[in-house]
Design a protein around this ligand. Structure first.
Ligand code: IMP
Length: 429
């Protein structure tokens, strides 16, 4: 099976963009299967930096790209991103980009609701990207969503729109907001429909055809396993399944079509938004990691919280995420530390745990148990083979591999795609 799924093994922002770009060059098709424009993938190609939120990374190199039904699609964000890329000389056309016609839409009312809830939540804030992701998924499972295919039938929306608006009007009233302006919503949809519809297709057909034809499909996950709606740090999670299993349901290809699952993990840990983070460092070391790693969100510009590598969490991600091999990124950020620490377990009261407990209160209470290793003073930035790495850095990577019980398939040593140590080629499996 020559297909590959790339997923984040931590709380997102693991550096998936570079790895996906590297794999996308050799793929015949790149598919997004969950999330929406809450994602932020940065691709560095030569002198150019591309920032993608909704579009699959294949688009930059002209690889046919698909937005699957598991994604929630803001059609205005799609248009803006396509236009922004066009200014950088990258042109998405219906030949290179296909959008699943059963994809639910993110509407302005979803963005409104996301913001209203966050503003009203005080300390219980999730810290969402405020892009309407959660409310759009709620309407999808509530069977009220307007989908891409509906854009071709706007005059027939009738009772579907009534149900959607009745639901939102009640919620909006609770926040003292006026009811949904239906005429405006319909007019906006009418306007954007002309832009979106040329891209709309039953993409499951293309995918199944590609698979039968022996093509290589790359599934591009967004966020990370610890933000998964089921397996993440609930309720401080996103509203979709971010595990590799979601690639099947979110695209229309069966589970046997997913193939090698490459989990991306940073050599330390970051998190943006609220929620528990056992190895978080709110001291100079955390600050140093943030500065060296340029840890600011691609989408919201928020400062990311930083901490040591947590092998308990990544081991758990590898298990529930179905990860075959890990890509370890940003090892160079750890250069110059006298010592580096890895979390190898937790203390919860008198108990020692080798897994992350499920309840939010326990998740917030656990105290990490660390193993300390000698650091390295040499630079690992730009290393392209094991021979370029200092012995201590190799020891650190090997120890991580052992603790997470999953092999390291590649190591990334800078944002440049060539600065990669390849141990096992996911496409060759
Ligand atoms: P939402 O996906 O906008 O609903 O946000 C829910 C949580 O997921 C928040 O903590 C966000 O910061 C986090 N989140 C969503 N997308 C990303 C991402 O691409 N990288 C990192 N965190 C994300």
């Amino acid at each position: 099976m020559a297909n590959v799924a790339v997923i984040g093994a931590q709380w997102g922002d693991e550096g998936k963009g570079k790895i996906v770009d590297w794999l996308a060059e050799r793929a015949d098709m790149v598919v997004r299967f969950q999330g929406g424009h809450n994602a932020g993938h940065t691709l560095v190609v030569g002198e150019n930096v591309y920032k993608l939120s909704l579009l699959p990374s294949g688009i930059v190199r002209g690889t046919p790209s698909v937005i699957g039904n598991g994604v929630v699609l803001d059609p205005w964000a799609l248009k803006a991103e396509i236009e922004r890329l066009a200014e950088q000389g990258v042109h998405a056309s219906p030949e290179t980009l296909r959008v699943a016609d059963n994809c639910p839409l993110i509407l302005p009312i979803h963005r409104d609701l996301d913001g209203l809830r966050e503003d009203a939540s005080g300390a219980g804030k999730i810290g969402t990207t405020r892009r309407g992701i959660g409310p759009a998924y709620e309407d999808k499972v509530g069977r009220r969503a307007i989908r891409v295919c509906d854009l071709a039938h706007l005059d027939d929306l009738g009772s579907q729109l009534d149900r959607l608006c009745a639901h939102h009007d009640a919620l909006r009233a609770g926040f003292g907001e006026p009811p949904v302006d239906r005429e405006r919503l319909l007019a906006d949809l009418r306007e954007i429909a002309a832009f979106v519809l040329p891209f709309a297709k039953p993409v499951w057909r293309d995918l199944n055809e590609a698979r039968t034809g022996g093509k290589r499909i790359l599934f591009e996950g967004a966020q990370g396993v610890l933000l998964d709606i089921d397996h993440g740090t609930y309720p401080f999670v996103t509203s979709s399944n971010t595990i590799a299993g979601a690639a099947a349901g979110g695209s229309g290809l069966g589970p046997s079509g997913v193939g090698f699952v490459l989990g991306i993990a940073k050599a330390y840990t970051t998190r943006v938004g609220s929620g528990p983070f056992p190895t978080e460092l709110e001291d100079e070391t955390g600050q140093r990691l943030g500065e060296r790693g340029h840890e600011f969100g691609t989408v919201t510009g928020r400062k990311r919280r930083c901490g040591w590598f947590d092998s308990v969490l990544v081991r758990q991600s590898a298990a529930v995420g179905g990860i075959t091999g890990i890509a370890l990124t940003k090892i160079d950020v750890l250069d110059g530390f006298d010592e580096v620490k890895i979390c190898v377990g937790y203390k919860l009261g008198d108990e020692t745990l080798d897994y992350y407990p499920t309840h939010a209160a326990d998740q917030a209470k656990v105290v990490p148990v660390y193993e300390t290793m000698e650091g390295w003073q040499e630079s690992t930035a730009g290393a392209r083979s094991w021979a370029d790495l200092p012995a201590q850095a190799i020891k650190y990577i090997r120890r991580i591999e052992e603790l997470i019980r999953c092999p390291v398939a590649l190591v990334s040593t800078s944002p440049e795609r060539e600065d990669t140590i390849l141990v096992r080629d996911p496409f060759a499996d």
